[in-house]
Design a binder for this molecule. Structure first.
Ligand code: FAD
Ligand code: SF4
Length: 547
């Protein structure tokens, strides 16, 4: 923390290098960058991930070096998989944050979320949020999916089988489909921002959204918020990781601004630099902001962060199941990444997900659908399920077990429940590696699988001639997988029940904000990015224009 670093060039002239340094360029960071730039502030965005273009994105997710993010292993992609004791968390690292790899489903949660958790009563939420959701939808180009692919039609068939066909819906998504009758792949001048945005191509329904859209149809943040912010002068520093943030001057509460230390994500610490800013916005995602703030609190850079940091981290109570049709003639990879959804009961929501043809890597994370009780006995249930499958359909079973063909033959079921549950995060030294502290989860177990969803998958697979699948991590490590990590720096009335106030200001500090998924204080039960965007719009609405 005390390494002497060369001063930034601009330290010679201006009082601060930037008015605002934003850490992370995902939903919270990109909204902040644009709105602050519009208000006349000098903004820098520090992003540890890379900048991607249609030319550099991987063709399939077998290209692990460009798909997965694990710099220590030489993987410089954009999808990170982090295994904790309680949960396996998937998240994005890139210029544009999770938007590069996400499935662009943008749903408004039910009103009840505003009366739960530590943010209840902090505002007239149900009065103020609709306006911010409208802005977020306009900026992200949200529209109803007109391309129901074979996988979506299968989901509708499955819903009919279990008697919930009337709940089937096409998703609201951030994708450009072109004007009515547009040819897939046709080029159109900026359709969203009166000519100020980039030109776009109409969606081809290739199913490639989660491997990165190589056709310019997905409304990623580098095509809207971040694109416009850069045109207004915001500087985006890609492959630049923030390692320290501490108050400048004699006062310890940040009223004199902050020093922000960065180093190149890849390469040596020789490229480390120090910038100064009047204000800092933490937008490094729920996991990223918690980890960075926990380190800064323990290292003494920001020692007065609330004890609530890392508490009440929520996962949308998710479980990912599959139904695979080995040898099927229907190409289930066509359509958009999440084309449709159903509700199998009032708490349980299931979406149909897909990867593009050839992107079978995720198939290696799944095995036969396994029931039983979470814990030591579940692997035994798996053995029984495997034997039963091999005896009943030996050939089909072998094809099912190999990942090849997974994307074209599988409907992935993303199951979410609105039932609340949470874990806590903290830094701890591991007995096998005591030299550094790692982020670990603790607390009661969150549900490892959703029995209602498992039952649905079993019945639906039988009725449609498929084979149900569960994730290996669920069965052997007793952890669910989630792409929806939320909370950890929740809003509250004071530092006793939250980390930030109702205007996203960090308690006990000045000029310090948290604007990302970590601010969320309830289980949304739907994909969170639209809510993060809307809440970021709200947070920025409190900041006055630069005098
Ligand atoms: C495969 C997948 C599919 C998904 N599908 C959907 C979906 O369909 N709909 C939906 O709503 N949500 C979806 N999500 C979730 C969604 O991506 C996240 O909820 C969302 O991106 C969170 O936004 P955020 O602003 O909190 O941060 P993020 O978008 O995660 O951005 C944070 C950024 O901060 C950067 N960062 C972190 N630490 C540092 C540091 N120290 N220095 C510099 N930079 C740093 C990271 O690299 C990252 O780019 C999906 C996620 C995944 C992984
Ligand atoms: S389906 Fe293909 S073209 Fe359409 S948004 Fe997804 S990746 Fe882009």
């Amino acid at each position: 923390m005390t390494t002497v670093l060369p001063p930034a060039e601009s330290e010679m002239g201006a009082e601060f290098d930037f008015d605002y340094v934003v850490i992370g360029s995902g939903f919270g960071g990109s909204v902040s960058a644009l709105r602050l730039s519009e208000k006349g502030y000098r903004v820098a965005v520090m992003e540890m991930g890379s900048r991607w273009s249609p030319e550099t994105l991987p063709k399939t997710n077998w290209n692990l070096r460009r798909f997965l993010w694990a710099p220590f292993a030489g993987l410089r992609g954009f999808l990170s998989l982090r295994l904790f004791k309680h949960v396996m968390i998937l998240h994005g690292n890139a210029v544009g944050g999770g938007s590069i790899t996400y499935a662009q489903t943008l749903l408004v949660p039910p009103d009840r979320v505003w009366s739960e958790g530590s943010w209840a009563d902090l505002d007239q939420w149900t009065d103020v949020m609709p306006g911010h959701y409208d802005t977020a939808k306009r900026m992200l180009g949200v529209t109803r999916n007109p391309l129901l692919g074979p996988g979506d039609l299968r989901l509708r068939q499955m819903a009919d089988v279990v008697g919930v066909g009337d709940t089937f819906y096409a998703t609201d998504v951030g994708v450009f489909f072109g004007p009515p009758g547009a040819e897939p792949g046709s080029v159109h001048p900026d359709p969203y921002f009166g000519g100020k945005g980039p030109e776009r191509r109409a969606c081809m329904g290739c199913g490639g959204c989660m491997v990165g859209c190589r056709h310019g149809a997905k409304n990623t943040l580098d095509q809207n918020y971040l694109y416009l912010a850069e045109r207004l002068g915001a500087r985006v520093f890609a492959e630049t990781r923030v390692t320290d943030v501490h108050p400048l001057g004699l006062s310890s509460d940040g009223r004199e601004g902050y020093a922000v230390h960065v180093r190149p994500t890849y390469g040596s610490s020789a490229g480390a630099r120090r910038y100064t800013a009047r204000n800092v916005v933490f937008s490094a995602s729920s996991l990223g902001t918690q980890e960075l703030l926990l380190r800064l609190r323990e290292d003494g850079s920001l020692p007065n962060i609330s004890e609530q940091l890392g508490r009440k981290v929520r996962t949308n109570a998710e479980s990912i199941l599959t139904i695979r049709y080995p040898g099927s003639k229907h190409d289930l990879s066509k359509g958009i990444a999440i084309g449709s959804g159903i509700y199998i009961d009032e708490h349980t929501h299931i979406e149909a997900v897909r990867y593009p043809a050839g992107s079978d890597m995720m198939g290696s994370l799944f095995t036969v659908l396994t029931h039983g009780k979470p814990g030591w006995s579940r692997p035994l249930s798996w053995v029984v399920a495997m034997i039963a499958l091999l005896l009943r359909h030996p050939l089909k079973a072998l094809r099912f077990l190999l990942p090849f063909g997974f994307a074209m033959q599988t409907v992935i079921l993303l199951c979410m429940q609105t039932i609340d549950g949470h874990i806590n995060m903290k830094l701890r030294r591991r007995w096998y590696w005591p030299f550094s502290r790692t982020l670990v989860s603790e607390g009661d177990r969150i549900p490892t699988f959703i029995p209602e969803a498992n039952r649905f998958a079993e019945v639906a697979a039988k009725a449609t001639g498929g084979i149900g699948g569960s994730s290996f991590f669920e069965i052997f490590f007793n952890v669910p997988m989630t792409a929806h990590c939320m909370g950890g720096c929740a809003m509250g009335r004071s530092a006793h029940d939250g980390v930030i106030d109702a205007q996203n200001r960090v308690f006990n500090y000045q000029n310090l904000y948290v604007v990302d998924g970590s601010m969320i204080a309830a289980n949304l039960g739907v994909n969170p990015s639209l809510t993060i965007t809307a809440l970021a719009e709200r947070a920025m609405s409190f900041i006055p224009p630069k005098p």
